[in-house]
Design a protein around this ligand. Structure first.
Ligand SMILES: [Zn+2]
Length: 100
């Protein structure tokens, strides 16, 4: 499993360094829009269809207040508008970094 060595908010980005030496920088607004929680991304219904809710993110919703490690495999992000249900796995974060 990937280990996270260091994480810090630098300007409008979240900077992460992993134990394998990979460093990534993720724009906070992109991170918020990619919030993986059910409220933001929708949950599949019984037929596996996902109805994506429309995200209304306003004001300080793109401001990252703090973050916490979860079980050594993920980060929980706490946004300034009170939203904090998104658990971003390291794998997910590294995949987000690949999106141009
Ligand atoms: Zn969310």
């Amino acid at each position: 499993m990937i280990r996270l060595d260091h994480a810090a908010v630098v300007g409008s980005e979240l900077a992460l360094r992993f134990a394998d030496g990979e460093e990534i920088y993720l724009a906070l607004d992109m991170l918020r829009r990619a919030c993986p929680c059910a409220a933001c991304q929708g949950e599949p219904d019984a037929l596996g269809r996902v109805l994506r809710p429309v995200q209304q993110i306003e004001g300080r919703g793109f401001e990252l207040q703090r973050f916490e490690g979860v079980g050594g495999y993920a980060l929980q992000l706490f946004w300034a508008d009170g939203h904090s249900t998104g658990i971003y796995t390291f794998d997910y974060l590294r995949r987000l970094a690949l999106i141009p």
